[in-house]
Design a protein around this ligand. Structure first.
Ligand code: COI
Length: 356
């Protein structure tokens, strides 16, 4: 797959956001996108960067009926000295192939897709915002395109990469969010597709997400799908708890998404000498720890969310106000360090950064 990438120039470029309104998340898209096709005969072929726009698919395409899809979320950052940095793109591509394996999608050449991302980002460099907390979100995804209604894996696919200049996922990046423990619906079960980054997991989350918003919360905290006892993850992030001087996070168990930010936070904390425990955490035990004043901080981690402190947790009629509803010291330190490394302001001691 040492193929070349062709470039199709757009007739006209779009106006870029002028900074008068917050960017929000995933509302603006750049001038170009990357596209590549797969067939049994040719494998992945016809890699091209084309003007961003609608794609044409047969109404019977597998993606529309059986959801055969995987995606990734990554970001490109602009440094003060105008370099462009990517954060651990190798980890995202490794996970994309793990998701492909689960969804019966042919694997990609990870290094080739990283090369494609770098070329696309370099072409779109003027779209990379440079205010604090802003970046260029990169969304690679693969869809099954066979026009056939039998339930079979598609034999043809399309890989696309789109780019979106973004600010924080939640209104204000470091103001603590409110989360609600969902005990009616579940996101995923062991043996299912919970660990894969695939659209169905997010479709399954929407009903509960709507319910949580109606109740005045930002996101849902999911419990395991069998016993409804053990904490898994939050709507768009993994979750961490600071219990006294230790940090706990649910152990990966097949139904939790193995977040790249999750892995990075664990590595960073261990690098700082903090004890991190990846374990089964029951919601009951967590609330008991909170009653005993041992729960010091709660934060979510994700590419979109970065580090998102949690100020309130609700489970049935019990409510915990965490760290007085404020951002805890450790959450702030993790946010500052991660974003510092990503923006090139802090030395990349753990070798996570690749330059475009
Ligand atoms: C990300 O953090 O990149 C995600 O994909 C989470 C969400 C926006 C779906």
């Amino acid at each position: 797959m040492g193929q070349s990438i062709t470039f199709h120039k757009a007739d006209k470029l779009k106006p870029k956001p002028d900074g008068s309104k917050p960017l929000g998340f995933g509302k603006f898209f750049t001038d170009y996108m990357f596209e590549m096709d797969y067939s049994m005969e040719e494998g992945w072929h016809d890699a091209r960067i084309v003007p961003y726009g609608p794609i044409s698919l047969d109404p019977a395409a597998t993606i529309f009926h059986y959801g055969q899809e995987v995606f990734e979320g990554m970001k490109a950052y602009r440094t003060e000295d105008k370099r462009i940095l990517l954060f651990r793109p190798d980890k995202n591509m490794e996970r994309m192939n793990q998701s492909c394996a689960r969804l019966n999608i042919p694997e990609i050449d990870e290094q080739f897709v990283i090369k494609a991302i770098k070329q696309l980002v370099a072409i779109e460099e003027k779209w990379i915002p440079n205010e604090p907390g802003q970046s260029l979100y990169i969304r690679p995804f693969i869809i099954g395109t066979d026009p056939a209604l039998g339930v079979h894996p598609s034999s043809t696919y399309k890989l696309l990469i789109i780019l979106s200049p973004v600010g924080s996922y939640f209104g204000d990046s470091m103001s603590p969010v409110k989360i609600y423990v969902e005990d009616e619906y579940v996101r995923a079960v062991k043996g299912g597709v919970g660990y894969a980054k695939t659209s169905g997991n997010y479709a399954a989350s929407l009903k509960a997400q709507t319910k949580s918003e109606e109740l005045g919360f930002d996101q849902v905290l999911w419990l395991d799908g069998v016993e409804h006892k053990y904490i898994e993850e939050v709507g768009s992030m993994n979750i961490f708890f600071k219990i006294d001087d230790e940090v706990w996070t649910p152990a990966l168990n097949g139904s939790i998404l193995p977040g790249v930010t999750r892995a990075s936070v664990i590595e960073l904390l261990q690098h700082w000498g903090v004890t991190v425990k990846e374990k089964k955490i029951s919601v009951n035990k967590l609330f008991k720890k909170a009653e005993k004043q041992q729960l010091k901080e709660v934060f979510g981690t994700g590419t979109a969310a970065v580090i998102s402190p949690v100020g309130f947790l609700k489970w049935n009629d019990k409510v915990i106000k965490v760290a007085n509803g404020k951002t805890g010291k450790l959450s702030q330190k993790l946010y500052d360090t991660l974003t510092g490394i990503q923006n090139g302001k802090i030395k990349d001691e753990l070798h996570w950064i690749q330059e475009v």
